[in-house]
Write a protein that binds this ligand. Structure first.
Ligand SMILES: [Zn+2]
Length: 204
């Protein structure tokens, strides 16, 4: 698998996932100014099939239009997204990029349209739901701390310890981690009741 994490403007991460044999590719979170992504896609002779957004915030979606006009790719977002898109997905849906399986995990909390992507059961792209050492904020429009609790504890922490974590921003001490390491070291993932988690998230 071709897999590239690309540091973008300020601290956003974009990702390129591709099948090295048939050259099909997906971009996850175009962020601002898609030039750098377009350059890599062309260099590697990749055929962009999907542009997948982990959620609708503009720091993740701003390069979409540029990418769509350069490649005839489909824009993929969760079905609750109010941003324009071609393909609506929901929890459990699977996208194919060559031989690669990308499973959609619906993880509302940061926004109502937040998704995480599980790539070949091995790499988890977490957008603004889970960062290295942090979780996403829930105080923006569409944010919901109770849903964040269910997404983190009911879904992401149910994954195996060996699953690698690739966040939407470079907020941590390193750019990626694993579920097992985050389970042990991320203070937002300490075992808490829902009540305690809501208290914790409401603290400034
Ligand atoms: Zn966001």
């Amino acid at each position: 698998m071709f897999f590239k994490q690309i540091q973008r403007h300020s601290d956003n991460f974009s990702y390129i996932i591709a099948d090295e044999d048939n050259k099909e590719a997906a971009v996850v979170d175009s962020s601002y100014n898609a030039d750098e992504l377009i350059k890599i896609l062309k260099q590697e002779k990749l055929k962009l099939k999907y542009i997948i957004n982990t959620h609708g915030h503009s720091d993740h979606t701003a390069g979409n239009t540029e990418l769509v006009s350069d490649f005839a790719a489909k824009l993929v977002m969760h079905k609750q997204s109010k941003n324009p898109h071609d393909l609506s997905v929901d929890d459990g849906d699977i996208l194919r990029v060559g031989k690669i399986f990308i499973k959609i995990i619906y993880t509302p909390g940061h926004t109502a349209d937040s998704i995480c992507l599980l790539v070949d059961n091995q790499k988890l792209l977490t957008g603004d739901t889970l960062f290295i050492g942090e979780c996403g904020r829930t105080d923006l429009p569409g944010g919901n701390a109770k849903k964040m609790y269910e997404s983190l504890f009911g879904k992401l922490l149910k994954l195996e310890d060996g699953v690698e974590v690739y966040p939407g921003h470079d907020y941590g001490i390193k750019p990626s981690s694993t579920i097992g390491e985050q389970r042990k070291t991320n203070y937002t993932l300490k075992p808490r009741s829902l009540h305690d988690f809501l208290d914790f998230m409401s603290q400034p």
